[in-house]
Design a protein around this ligand. Structure first.
Ligand SMILES: NC(=O)c1ccc[n+]([C@@H]2O[C@H](COP(=O)([O-])OP(=O)(O)OC[C@H]3O[C@@H](n4cnc5c(N)ncnc54)[C@H](O)[C@@H]3O)[C@@H](O)[C@H]2O)c1
Length: 349
């Protein structure tokens, strides 16, 4: 079985394994880390229908006793009701401190599974097995876990690093095109913020999935190692997200996350030259168009500004935005919110 390994040094250190077909080896990978424990696999209805039997069989063949908990697919499942229900399920299964959670799915399952693991018996170990491109390059790495509450997305969560990330890139073969593309927006983001070489390779489609996932994960690893708890440089990963979240929210989440991030990255790139930085907006727009993203902003500058005012990353009267200095090099700039409003009115017309 061939795979690449990316090692993360954080409050808990762990490996990220990336390769085609490596789900079959999951039991063997976790044994040195978890020993002979019991496992609670949390997954969603789509992933369960496609791969639920396979993961349970692989774990059983490796000698593991595992139980499975399935949530309905979709963001609405990342909620307090499901968190409690899964905690109750684990308690009903009499899982102990030495047992572990396997989060098998996209970012929704990863975030909910990770938060559950951080809370159950004050913390049990967990393993991320991402099945979407977004989860592979982003949410499964770095230890942020969360659920949504009525007041907003991701408002309740913890920093809780997994013991292992096992990324079988073959699982992504069954992703609907739009979901795969959402992940591509994050991949392009990594190229823009920190890796011009990666950015260049993304012009040739289809890209080498294993290589690109590994590179993105290395970039995220490097950032997380410097700022695990998101007090500084980790903010770079928000390139396109500050404006993207505003657009997502305005659309009542009808605009997908990836599409919103694509629009947000273009807005940020258009703002950059107005702040004395370089202009890569046309270049970035062309690459995003190659992936089929609609990069127009369907809202007025005022609407985006109003949505920004409720951003949880806003501190007092200031907001941090990530702006490109060049392809492969972005910087965090903290600006008074009113100034961001003026800049938006110049780039969204
Ligand atoms: N923790 C973090 O650092 C972090 C970072 C970014 C995003 N997130 C969170 O991640 C979530 C979005 O993640 P996502 O885009 O993976 O969404 P998701 O988990 O909802 O998955 C998207 C869809 O793809 C389906 N799916 C998953 N794997 C599949 C497969 N292999 N084949 C076919 N269908 C499959 C799912 O059932 C779902 O319908 C959001 O809740 C976001 O807040 C977290």
């Amino acid at each position: 079985m061939q795979f690449r390994t990316v090692h993360v040094e954080a409050s808990r250190s762990y490996d990220i394994l990336i390769g085609r077909g490596i789900l079959a080896g999951l039991g063997g990978f976790i044994r040195p880390l978890l020993g002979n424990c019991r496992l609670a696999v949390i997954t969603d209805s789509n992933v369960d229908a496609l791969y639920g039997n396979a993961i349970m069989e692989h774990l059983s063949a490796a000698g593991y006793k595992a139980c499975k908990y399935v949530i309905p697919a979709g963001e609405a499942s990342k909620c307090a009701d499901n968190l409690l229900a899964f905690l109750n399920f684990m308690a009903g299964e009499q899982l102990t401190r030495s047992d572990a959670v396997i989060a098998f799915g996209g970012g929704v399952v990863g975030d909910l599974g990770g938060l559950s693991a951080s809370l159950y018996l004050r913390g049990v170990k967990y393993v991320q097995v991402p099945t979407t491109l977004l989860a592979a390059v982003d949410s499964s790495v770095g230890g942020k876990t969360a659920i949504d509450i009525p007041a907003g997305k991701n408002l309740v969560g913890s920093f809780y690093q997994p013991s292992l990330v096992c990324c079988d890139t073959a699982l992504m073969d069954t992703l609907p095109k739009d979901i795969y593309r959402d992940g591509c927006a994050e991949v392009i983001k990594y190229g823009m913020i920190l890796d011009a070489e990666l950015y260049k390779t993304l012009h040739t489609l289809p890209f080498d999935r294993e290589e690109v996932v590994a590179r993105c994960v290395e970039i995220k690893r490097d950032v997380v190692q410097q700022d695990e708890f998101d007090n500084g440089i980790r903010g770079l990963l928000n390139f396109g997200h500050t404006f993207g979240h505003a657009i997502e929210k305005l659309s009542n989440f009808a605009v997908s996350h990836g599409e919103a991030v694509a629009k947000g990255m273009v807005i940020a790139a258009r703002i950059a030259p107005l702040c004395g930085l370089c202009d890569v907006a046309d270049e970035l727009s062309a690459l995003l168009a190659q992936y089929g993203f609609d990069i127009t902003c369907p809202y007025s500058a005022n609407e985006v500004y109003d949505a920004l005012l409720t951003d949880k990353k806003r501190r007092g009267g200031k907001i941090s935005v990530v702006l490109p200095r060049s392809v492969g090099d972005c910087t965090l700039v903290t600006l008074p919110v009113e100034e961001v409003g003026v800049l938006l009115s110049k780039v969204i017309v």
